[in-house]
Design a protein around this ligand. Sequence first.
Ligand code: MG
Length: 301
Amino acid sequence: MSHPFPGLEALIPDHARLIRLWTGVTWGEGPVCLDNGSLLWSDIPGNRVMKWRPGGADDLGSVSVHLHPSHFHNGHTRDAGGHLYACSHGERALLRSTDNGQSWHAVATHFEGKRLNSPNDVVVAPDGWVWFTDPPYGLIQPHEGYGGEQEQPGCYVYRLNPDTGELQAKITDILRPNGLAFSPDASLLYVTDTSKSHDPAGHHHIRVYPLSGSQISGLGRVFQIVDPGLPDGIRLDVHGNLWSSSASGVQVFAPDGVKLGEVPVPEVIGNLTFSHLEPRLYIAASSSLYCLEVGVRGNAY
Ligand code: MG
């Protein structure tokens, strides 16, 4: 029998199938796994965060509303110590939780005295600093935030010390920075540009920047253009392959940019994440949450 996902034989077991765990959100984003095997993800237009709990062997698990109103959480991530981070469109802030998402407090709201736009996606570097993107989608889309004026002169990728609040703008040359992730050795930072979302002439590509410690050490270049749709959220596996959202499925690229293959998904994908507990990929796609057994572990950052 042929492999269900040609080109991905080394990354996904033969028997793996895409499983729809649940459907019923308006637009899902920001999945993050908790240490007990549960998963949180955002329903941005629904102004809520959902929680999926795993079930038994033949059970797809159960879903409940975890937070409502969520003030339009978007991306989530976790750090090595299990602290959670959330991007809040409504609060125009980056939030942290130290109690598994029960309570959240802002760790970044302003840069150089002006409010952030609407933080979108977040990842924690090996040194514990938090990197996040700040496009204006929560300001310009009435169903994804409380509106308001953009105060920042641009849309930046920030680096935050979550303990001191020190905030640095590290990348300022991307029109609409969105998803982001590090290579396994943290020598590269991948950032998506989804400016095509509101401008037919805009970008729908993934850029990659060389890093030297905490410094961007060179000009970014286009890693890959993603079609159809947009590369909203991205994740890397431990081998450095990049797994990107798109309108047709999860598109997987080798470290040199060559497209290896694709996992077709019947809905437009917002974000995806690897479980840190087991070899599984979770996909927040439009109205549904999907999972896929994989044969590789996700990179932790
Ligand atoms: Mg995003």
